[in-house]
Design a protein around this ligand. Structure first.
Ligand code: PLP
Length: 235
């Protein structure tokens, strides 16, 4: 079996998982989309995933992503690129120019830079705020108590379109524990919408916990290893 055949099989299995969880938890058909997390994966693997019907790809490192975005095998193929890693201020211009979405905003000054640097001829950059729902001090993401202020400020930036919230909780074995973290993000989104924001995106769930995320309202699941297999290098 070639790598591409194996990948096609994994994508089909993933689609079944998403469909089964969606049906099982009463989610509307088509309300959960897959972002294929292609960090550390070569262009050929992304091209195979594209042939398997995936259109949204997530990258964590701006420099690595740029080489792929510019690759002739991928350019002009209708890919929607999602930046999901930590945003360094010296990379905001690259990201503002080359990506369609950024999931991992947790500071206002980064959002301001992205808004200022988003080219006029492109649609506003879709963004999510990354939230640290477990409250660990070492993790990326804004704390829940700082979220409403950050969300209001980001929503005012003219070249960004605030779409919703993202989280990457500490791994948990127990599905109820997984659901608790995702439930907090769902509640936070609901509260922001009650305060007048108009958010439609919950970016949560990975290969290991996407069922729990779908149960709690995920609209985008970010899936790497279940599509591409285990990553060869850990960065
Ligand atoms: C790597 C990564 C994922 C995907 O994780 P898998 O376990 O490979 O599915 C999702 N979100 C973020 C932010 C990541 O860095």
């Amino acid at each position: 079996m070639t790598d591409a055949t194996a990948l096609t099989g994994r994508v089909a299995a993933l689609r079944r998982r998403v469909a089964q969880a969606s049906a099982g938890y009463g989610r509307a058909p088509g309300s959960v989309d897959i972002v294929a997390v292609s960090k550390s994966q070569p262009v050929e693997a992304i091209a195979a995933a594209l042939r398997a019907g995936l259109r949204r790809f997530g990258e964590n490192y701006a420099q690595e992503a740029l080489a792929k975005i510019a690759d002739p095998r991928l350019a002009g193929r209708g890919i929607e690129w999602h930046f999901i890693g930590p945003v360094q201020s010296n990379k905001t211009r690259l990201i503002a120019v080359h990506f369609n979405w950024v999931h991992s905003i947790d500071r206002l000054n980064i959002a301001q830079r992205l808004s200022e640097q988003r080219p006029e001829q492109l649609a506003p950059l879709n963004v999510c705020l990354q939230v640290n729902v477990s409250g660990e001090t070492t993790k990326a993401g804004t704390m829940l108590d700082a979220l409403p202020g950050l969300a209001r400020a980001v929503a005012r930036l003219s070249r960004l379109r605030l779409r919703g919230l993202m989280t990457l909780p500490a791994p948990a074995q127990d599905v109820n524990e997984q659901r608790r973290a995702f439930h907090k993000l769902n509640q936070a989104l609901h509260e922001l919408n009650t305060q007048g924001l108009n958010l439609d995106t919950l970016s949560m769930g990975t290969s290991d916990d996407l069922e729990a995320a779908i149960a709690e309202g995920a609209t985008l699941v970010r899936v790497g290893t279940a599509i591409f297999g285990t990553r060869s290098k850990i960065r």
